[in-house]
Structure formats: C-alpha cells, structure tokens
Design a protein. Structure first.
Length: 90
C-alpha cells in the first residue's frame, strides 16, 4: 500500500510539470469533407483552412452515427451514441 502511494505521489509530481497540449478542434457544420481545397475540391478555395491543415493534424477517417446535426455533435463531445446520450433530434 505504501509503495502504491509513493508511486502515485511521484506520478502526480511528474504530471504537474507536464505542459498541456495545444489542441484546437474545428467543427464545420453542413459541409462534406470534400468542401475544402485541402481535401481536393477543384473549385472551392479555402486558403486559410488549407494553411492551418498544413501545420496541423487532420482527422480524415471519421463518421457520424446520425444524419442529424445535434446528435452527431453530442456524440463527438461526449463519446456516446445518440441512444446513450439521449440526444436524438435537432
């Protein structure tokens, strides 16, 4: 038990010095993944988002569990399916 407490205290001390990650999560509603020039659209120009995507990580293999906006956003925020988070409509 004492060894576990010592390890826990050491781990807490290490975490207190860790720098938190710089995360910006951009959600763009009512567009498909192809509506950006960095994703290959031939006509739509999105230079600022293109620049941001070159300097960042882009998540390209996502899907939503619902065709409705509110249940999909709630799923992304909570990690729960609409039947679990009880948000099933707009």
């Amino acid at each position: 038990m004492q060894r576990g407490l010592i390890l826990l205290a050491a781990f807490a001390a290490i975490l207190s010095y860790a720098k938190p990650p710089n995360i910006v999560y951009i959600i763009s509603d009512d567009q498909t993944w192809t509506d950006y020039s960095f994703m290959g659209h031939k006509i739509i120009e999105t230079p600022h988002i293109d620049k941001l995507s070159k300097e960042s990580l882009t998540y390209t293999h996502g899907y939503v569990p619902s065709s409705l906006c509110c249940p999909s956003l709630a799923t992304m925020i909570t990690g729960l399916y609409p039947r679990q988070n009880k948000i099933t409509g707009n």
